[in-house]
Design a protein around this ligand. Structure first.
Ligand code: MG
Length: 437
């Protein structure tokens, strides 16, 4: 049944352009004879269109997008998670015949009521599942829509680990963009989101499997309800936790420690500075702010590609009388030894700058840079690829804390300090990580 519904939508979509061309052609002919005939050529009312999948959104098409009937933009948005909120969670992921059931029998009537009160209904769903399962899922949505024949809604589904996946706000940003095109600015205080991944704890019972929905509502800035609160009118469940990294949990520490010695030698003299730390802890930006102005040579393996080239580049610079910063992760003593031995041989002092942030912070920064920059920044800068998790877990697995007896004259610790505008800080401070990751 769903297959038929889908293929009829697909054939309509395919045929439409040709149909329009011939309609226009005959319309222009008829118009010359009598304008009355134009009326008969109007397309059928859009309100009669049933559910259809539209063009997926995003650079890789990872955000599925569909509409039931013809949903209108409204300042007030009623947003709902799907699984475990509108319909029962389907944990049997392998069934090929789409099956579904309302979360509670009162859900469709409530959705009808919400629609009639003037809200735009939007479903916001994470569907990071295997392609076969996703295919079956795509067939299920028109069936749910058929059971809501007078409730227009829009649905977004994030199918990859990217900027669309809750708790990241990509699906909301798309909604804002689409509504803005219709001249509607959403009033968040008059809108809300309902989801079951709320981090609820229960004495003697299993907690919610995640808190992703509550985090998403916090990120977007929407009032949040659980399905029990919204559909059943139960009182708010106040015993919940939001696990995982959040920027507000970072202790306030001085940027560079100790501060008793200067950041750069005073007066300047030739040296090697070796950075140590996870990717995405601001090492390159620290170089640009503090060492480039003093003409230190930048040695970076992402740019030079191999360690041999990094060592060679360092040697040439030192023989040329220049100072160098080795801007790599330099995770263990054996990696650092290449540069320490070189510095010793050329009788140049070497210091270590340890970027102390945790793997959670580094991964958070990675997600922020790749997926969650504010539009004011992402519209101007080239997009950055996500650094794979293995680069972080690999560092953690092989890490040895740097020690003076490796040959350093000093070890300084650089604590993470966010540098950027208020707008950037707002986006950086959001919940970005998926629970349990
Ligand atoms: Mg859910």
């Amino acid at each position: 049944m769903s297959g038929n519904a889908l293929s009829s939508v697909a054939s309509q979509t395919k045929k439409r352009p040709a149909q329009e061309d011939s309609d226009q052609a005959s319309a222009s002919k008829i118009a010359k004879t009598h304008p009355f005939f134009n009326k008969q050529l109007q397309p059928s009312s859009p309100a009669e269109q049933k559910f259809q999948w539209l063009k997926p959104l995003g650079g890789t098409g990872s955000c599925l997008h569909g509409v039931n009937l013809s949903p209108k933009a409204s300042k007030a948005v009623a947003a709902f998670d799907l699984d475990g909120t509108v319909i029962k969670s389907d944990f049997v992921k392998k069934i090929s015949v789409p099956q579904w059931e309302w979360w509670r029998s009162g859900v469709p009537a409530k959705l009808q009521e919400v629609h009639e009160s003037g809200y735009s209904i939007v479903i916001i769903s994470n569907q990071g599942v295997k392609p076969q399962v996703l295919k079956a899922w795509k067939h299920k949505i028109p069936l749910i829509a058929d059971a809501l024949p007078t409730v227009p809604f829009r649905i977004f589904a994030a199918t990859s680990k990217d900027n669309y996946r809750k708790p990241m706000i990509g699906m909301w940003s798309e909604l804002e963009r689409i509504f803005a095109e219709e001249g509607v600015e959403i009033d968040k205080s008059a809108s809300f989101f309902v989801g079951d991944a709320a981090g609820r704890q229960y004495p003697g019972r299993k907690a919610d499997f995640a808190s992703t929905d509550r985090k998403w509502a916090i990120n977007v800035g929407l009032p949040f309800y659980t399905p029990e609160e919204y559909f059943l009118g139960l009182p708010p469940h106040t015993n919940f936790t939001l696990p995982g990294f959040n920027a507000s949990s970072l202790p306030k520490l001085p940027h560079v420690m100790p501060s008793s010695s200067p950041l750069l030698p005073d007066p300047l003299k030739q040296e090697v500075v070796l950075f140590v730390g996870y990717p995405c802890l601001g090492k390159s930006s620290f170089f640009r702010h503090h060492f480039r102005p003093a003409d230190y040579v930048h040695v970076n393996q992402d740019i030079l590609k191999t360690r041999d080239k990094c060592v060679k580049h360092t040697q040439e610079a030192l023989e040329n009388g220049q100072s160098c910063v080795i801007d790599n992760t330099n995770r263990n003593a054996s990696t650092r030894k290449y540069y320490i031995d070189l510095a010793k041989r050329l009788k140049v002092p070497i210091r270590c700058f340890l970027f102390s942030g945790s793997i959670e912070l580094a991964w958070h920064n990675n997600l922020y840079r790749a997926y969650n920059l504010p539009p004011s920044v992402s519209s101007k800068e080239p997009s950055r690829d996500i650094v794979p998790y293995t680069a972080f877990s690999g560092f953690r697995g092989a890490y040895e804390e740097p020690r003076l007896d490796e040959g350093f004259s000093e070890i300084k610790t650089v604590n993470w300090v966010f540098e950027g505008s208020e707008d950037e800080k707002k986006y950086w401070s959001m919940w970005l990580q998926i629970d349990g990751k």
